[in-house]
Every structure is written in C-alpha cells, then in structure tokens.
Design a protein around this ligand. Structure first.
Ligand code: FES
Ligand SMILES: [Fe+2]
Length: 373
C-alpha cells in the first residue's frame, strides 16, 4: 500500500468552494436529490440494531426512512409511511418494535419485512390485494458494521461501489464491535465544511492542543486520494498509546492489529456522510445529516471490543471524552467558518498543500453535482 503525504499530493492550486455551496437553498436542495436521495449513504452502524424489531428512523434527503432489523436478522429500509392514506408510521428516532409495524391511524399492520399483513375490516376494501400494498422499500446492505442505504430506484450496484474498500477495514473487526458511547451534535455549519475540516490537520496545532500532544499533525499519509473514499493515517507518538484523555489505550484491541496498525489512527471520509476513525482500541463513526445549508446534525458513535466493558481493566470513557472535546473544537471552528463564508465579500481562498484531501473532497463533490445520477 502506498501512502502519500498531503504535501506530496498537493492541492493542485485549488481554491475553496464558492459561497453558494454553503449558503444557497437551491444548491442544498440539489444536493439532497443528487446525493442523499440518489447515492449510497450510511444510515448508521449495525451495532445499533441489535436484534429483530430494533429500528432507527433517518431523514435521508427529504425522505423519512425506517431502518429495521427483520425476523431473519436482515436489515431493511422502508419508506416510513403507510400505504393506506400515507400517514407517517414511526415517529420515534429509534426504538424496538414487536413483530410488526402498525400504522397509528387505522391500524394497518406490516411485517418487519414490509409486507402488509393485517387490514381491519378487510372485506370492506374493494378489489383489494394485500400484496399490492407492502411498504415501499429502498435497497439496503449491512457491510462491515455499517448500514448502507440507497433511495435511488435504479441504485448503483453496491458491489461495484464498495469494491475499493473490500477488506480494508477487516483488521478492526467492525461487525463484532459494540457501541459503548454516542453523542449527537447540532452544528450551525454546512455539512461540507465539516468534511473538509475532518480531511486536514493544517488546523490541528491551532485548534487541538490535546490532539497534537498525542499525534504529530504532519505525520502520516493517505492511500485513498481520489473519488468517494478518501483518507489515510496519522501516527500516535506514545508506544501502545491512543487518542484518549490519558494518552493510554482505553479499550481492548478491537482486532488483530499488529505492527503499524497499532501505532496509527486511520481516518477515512466515505462520501457523502461518514467520517470513520479507526484506532487500535476503538472505532469512532460520525454520520452527517444536512438539515439546512447552514445546519448539520452529527451523530457520533464509539465502538469497542466487547471485553472493553470490563471496568477493572478499561475505561472507554477516556476515548469518548477525548473526542467529544476534539469534536466540539472542530464544530466551533466550522460554525465560525460558516458565518464567514456567508459574507458578501467572501470569495474562494487558496488551499494549502496540507489541505490536499479537503481539495480532493471538493473535486469529487463538484464532479457529482455536475453529473447527477
Ligand atoms: S393511514 Fe395507515 S391505516 Fe390508514
Ligand atoms: Fe479538527
């Protein structure tokens, strides 16, 4: 595997995006349809849906999607409305269903797989066939512990889409990890400012004094440098250390991480809405949910090896608290950037070579927006 430092990659003289990309309601609406409603996005981590009936509701673009694990263990993604008169089915953000999904209006009842299984006074329905009125569904794949959903009626083939990542995260054992922490953030900044911020460490010495004590901001390199998946690694200075409040590992190794893997943190952007941070003792997953041009909901979960629950030996809270603090430092500067790019005098500024991956993200974003699916 070849890793190239961002300075070696270069920003190719690129400038930042125009103000409309961050502030314009029309651009926002185009993104919702061209990206979030048309491409593979991650709804969440599979560890959040522990068993049959566990569900989460996600706003993907303009659509409310009910993501639920069915009786066979398969994760399904249904459009969250009833086929009778269109009423919203689940109003909670997450929870546990029994064996069925029942509409709160006239009690039509669906199986977890989306089939219509019960209609009160069905004999009063004329020319009616239940099979015609199952829930509308979207394609859904549980892959390496992540739940991928695509609302496009003609979705890009998932196998082709995911091919560059196959095997890449295997050492971190993602499907077996358990969620031991979560934080939700409501950030007054465009979602792309958050991805750009995640994609460079030019800001780290200024914004993250705690982080740079543990991980040299100019260290590391990138192996995914163009396209929907971008990123690479940075070093951890302390032998066996990790990004935690104490600098020591806070959980059991998440997998068989030997050699370089145990002395690095890997950071990947999975376009459009995932920031995946792989430490040897935990994995942090951010999912981004654009709410408005200047507002993004960020869900952050921390995944650990099951044995990290052993409080005598491990303290997962040390990793969670470290990143909660670091996250807030990032969100604060992203909000300040949002306020700045809203100025009538803002104009695209030049990227440093140290921001090569942010520039690569912008290139891919522009490519997608210019050739919507
Ligand atoms: S709208 Fe759902 S049962 Fe009537
Ligand atoms: Fe940061």
């Amino acid at each position: 595997m070849t890793f190239l430092n961002s300075v070696e990659l270069g920003a190719k003289g690129q400038r930042t995006l125009p103000a409309a990309a961050y502030c314009d309601a029309t651009v926002f609406s185009q993104e919702q349809s061209a990206i979030f409603e048309s491409r593979w996005v991650v709804a969440g981590v599979a560890a959040e849906l522990a068993g049959p009936g566990a569900f989460m509701v996600k706003q993907i673009g303009k659509e409310s999607i009910l993501v639920v694990r069915d009786e066979t263990g398969t994760i399904r993604a249904h459009f969250n409305h009833c086929r009778h008169r269109g009423t919203e089915l689940c109003s909670e953000a997450s929870g546990q269903l029994r064996r069925t999904i029942q509409c709160p209006y006239h009690a039509w009842t669906y199986g977890l797989d989306g089939k219509l299984v019960g209609v009160p006074d069905e004999d009063q329905m004329e020319d009616f066939c239940r099979a015609d009125f199952g829930l509308h569904s979207a394609v859904c794949h549980e892959w390496d512990g992540l739940i991928w959903v695509n609302l496009n009626p003609q979705p890009e083939d998932f196998t082709n889409f995911i091919a560059p990542l196959v095997g890449k995260f295997t050492p971190w054992n993602l499907p077996q990890l358990v969620k031991l922490g979560e934080r939700n953030y409501d950030v007054a900044a465009n979602w792309k400012l958050i991805v750009q911020n995640y994609s460079e460490c030019y800001h780290c010495a200024v914004i993250h004094p705690g982080l740079v004590r543990l991980s040299p901001p100019k260290s590391g390199g990138n192996d995914l440098v163009e396209g929907p998946f971008l990123g690479g690694f940075m070093d951890v200075t302390e032998p066996g250390g990790s990004l935690t409040c104490s600098g020591r590992a806070c959980g059991a190794p998440v997998g068989d991480l030997t050699g370089d893997h145990s002395q690095r943190v890997y950071y990947y952007v999975l376009f459009p809405n995932v920031l995946l941070s792989l430490h040897h003792d935990y994995v942090m997953v951010h999912t981004l949910w654009p709410l408005a041009p200047d507002r993004t909901k960020i869900e952050c979960v921390w995944l650990f090896h099951e044995s990290s629950r052993d409080q005598a030996q491990w303290n997962p809270e040390e990793g969670i608290a470290f990143w909660d603090q670091t996250n807030r430092e990032d969100w604060d500067i992203c909000e300040r950037t949002q306020r700045g790019v809203s100025s009538s005098r803002y104009e695209p500024g030049p990227y440093s070579n140290r921001e090569a991956m942010a520039a690569a993200f912008d290139r891919y974003y522009l490519r997608i927006m210019q050739s919507p699916k």
